[in-house]
Write a protein that binds this ligand. Structure first.
Ligand code: AVJ
Length: 314
């Protein structure tokens, strides 16, 4: 059977139940996520975009520390809107480089390879469709230059701090001395502001969360009654963990797959679906150090709600 099915069976057989947030992003999920990024309550994307628009030159000056010859690799490129500001600036200043966007979605890569060189004439784009680490190795084989690796949008937040530390350490192990990491992270702030980003007025995050049930219905032949589950969000200002759950509104059973596996949900039972971890600048500094990086520079939006850090591999 496929990976999605076995991950679902594992998660729903656990106590407490969970599902993996990477499965949010099917075609319908991609569309909802694009709407989330434009939603007034979801401040993250706008904050990071303002950093890329307003501090383009400063970001690039930080890359130039050491060697000024580099290629740009992006983990989870998506629509590359934020990155396009950097890319345009580099091209206009006559920099010779290749942009290697990595994404798990084939459509995303095809779109980027087609549209980016039209928007930014002379830009060299080589898309890599697959998982982060294998594709990062592939980029290393293709590129003869130092690498600037982008990991934006607070994607690091989908890991708990311990997992994030392990991820950054692994990433560090794959880089060469002189390579650079530019990572976006959402910052701790008033808890109401954070909760509202995931309890948006338009109900987009709710739909994003419930879409996971719809995806299991269509791809795994499951029979979830989507109306019998409720989106529930928490934020713990102490730990900085913002978490999404689906709550079963009734005692119910759900059948999944051709083997007709049955799962029981009692009334008010939760399924954990996502963590969106928030950091303080100090915690990010500690993360850099524990993963073997040196902090080179740090950028903030005007309200200091979001940060982009630049770390060097020594
Ligand atoms: C893409 C992981 C950064 O956690 O804020 C948005 C995903 N989930 N709304 C986040 C998401 C609910 C997002 N990241």
């Amino acid at each position: 059977m496929n990976q999605f099915y076995s991950d679902v069976v594992k998660g729903l057989s656990s106590n407490p139940k969970y599902l993996l947030s990477k499965y949010f992003y099917d075609d319908a999920g991609d569309v909802i996520f694009e709407k989330i990024m434009r939603s007034p309550d979801y401040y993250l994307t706008r904050c990071e975009l303002s950093i890329f628009k307003d501090q383009t030159q400063q970001l690039i000056e930080a890359f130039d520390a050491g060697s000024a010859q580099y290629d740009i690799v992006e983990l989870g490129a998506g629509d590359a809107l934020k990155t396009s500001h950097l890319l345009r600036y580099l091209v206009q200043n006559g920099k010779e480089f290749t942009y290697y966007p990595i994404d798990i979605s084939k459509q995303v890569i095809q779109k980027l390879e087609m549209h980016l060189p039209r928007q930014i004439p002379w830009l060299q784009v080589t898309g890599l469709n697959g998982e982060y680490f294998p594709m990062l190795e592939e980029a290393g084989r293709l590129s003869g230059r130092k690498k600037v690796v982008l990991f934006l949008g607070s994607n690091i937040g989908n890991m708990y701090p311990r997992e994030a530390q392990e991820f950054c350490r692994q990433l560090n192990g794959m880089l060469m001395p002189g390579d650079i990491l530019l990572m976006g992270a959402d910052l701790k702030k008033h808890p109401e502001t954070i909760l509202k980003a995931y309890n948006d007025e338009e109900g987009l995050t709710r739909e994003f969360n419930l879409n996971l049930l719809r995806r299991m219905n269509s791809e795994l032949d499951a029979d979830f009654d989507v109306s019998a589950f409720q989106h529930f969000q928490t934020y713990d200002p102490g730990t900085g963990s913002c978490k999404s759950y689906l709550i079963s509104l009734a005692d119910q059973e759900v059948t999944i797959g051709s083997e007709k596996k049955v799962f029981y949900f009692s009334e008010n039972e939760s399924i954990f679906t996502e963590v969106s971890q928030k950091y303080s600048p100090g915690e990010l500094g500690a993360l850099a150090e524990s993963a073997g990086f040196t902090s080179l520079a740090q950028f903030f939006d005007s309200r200091s709600w979001f940060t982009d850090v630049i770390w060097g591999k020594v």
